[in-house]
Design a protein around this ligand. Structure first.
Ligand code: UTP
Length: 294
């Protein structure tokens, strides 16, 4: 049976984006015209996901509100002759069912995924980080490819990977390929935030995963790692060491990961999406050009 459930962890505190994230979720920050998490859900829906389970936490109700159908707003737009704006709310009618559960203590991404177990049970599922967009305007189909490979190669997990500059490996989970890393390849290990000298490659985990329910067994046994958090990467690493098949899928051409988790990549993502906006992009480009000449 194909996978139609995605777990989207959005419970993190986003401390690297303070003060912006003091009272609003980083997953609701705008990138161009939409909040980050809307791109994530639209990407998942295009890849065949019909159920999205958000792992939420304190201060994250704006995410739930965003995906509700807002009948009052729809009525207001109709009454005030702004029917043309109804198209902006079309995502509310996306063929997706939304589920929510809470991570009661922010003990890391691995722990957030473990919070999904009572809902997920024995199903296989996707994990998509709520603070990362894949591809300009989320046009990536990598999750679909990952699901296909998961079934076809009977893997226990599939991880999306992106090439990063060697100095950047310290910020990511890094893949150790088994043999030559093609577009799809088996992993020999995953190492969380290695130093450039220790890093076995420059292929970084890129915010999308597919798992069988076996991952829960490993997450329950994962001790706190880097930053005293329960790391998803450590659980995947244990899965591999126990002889289970874990695949890496490289992001294809043009499918970069836009990470909204720190100011450097957030600013850069916003600029790129805004410049690519069909209506406002050309004028913005001109304005930026003028500013750069000063
Ligand atoms: P990060 O690893 O960027 O952590 O989360 P963070 O806590 O949100 O941010 P900083 O490090 O304090 O700046 C990656 C994704 O995992 C979720 C986040 O909401 C984000 O979408 N997450 C992280 C959780 O759901 N729970 C956690 O305990 C940690």
């Amino acid at each position: 049976m194909s996978i139609d459930l995605a777990v989207v962890p959005v419970a993190g505190r986003g401390t690297r984006l303070l003060p912006l994230t003091k009272s609003q979720p980083k997953e609701m920050l705008p990138v161009g015209r939409k909040p980050v998490v809307q791109y994530v859900v639209e990407e998942l829906a295009r890849c065949g996901i019909g159920r999205v389970l958000f792992i939420t936490g304190p201060g994250k109700t704006a995410i739930e509100n965003h995906f509700d159908i807002d009948a009052e707003l729809i009525a207001l737009l109709r009454e005030t002759g702004k029917e043309e704006l109804l198209a902006e709310l079309a995502f509310e009618r996306e063929d997706v069912q939304y589920l929510y559960t809470r991570q009661r203590r922010q003990l890391g991404l691995g722990h957030a995924v473990l919070c999904a177990e009572p809902v997920v049970g024995s199903q296989s599922f996707v994990v998509a980080l709520g603070d990362s967009i894949i591809g300009l305007h989320a046009q990536s189909r990598v999750v679909r490819t990952m699901i296909e490979q998961f079934h076809w190669q009977q893997a226990e997990a599939v991880v999306a990977l992106e090439e990063v500059a060697p100095a950047e490996v310290v910020h990511y989970g890094i893949a150790k390929p088994r043999g030559k890393p093609d577009d799809v390849f088996e992993l020999d290990d995953l190492i969380e935030k290695p130093s450039p000298a220790e890093a076995p490659s420059n292929l970084a985990v890129a915010a999308r995963y597919v798992f069988s329910a076996r991952i829960f067994h490993y997450l329950r046994r994962t001790p706190p790692g880097v930053g005293e958090e329960i790391q998803l990467t450590d659980a995947i690493s244990m899965l591999i060491r126990d002889g289970h098949k874990v695949l890496g899928v490289r992001l294809g051409g043009g499918q970069r990961r836009f990470d909204i988790g720190n100011f450097e990549s957030y600013f850069s993502a916003f600029a790129e999406f805004a410049i690519a906006d069909p209506d406002y992009g050309p004028a913005l480009k001109q304005r930026l050009w003028e500013l750069l000449q000063r």
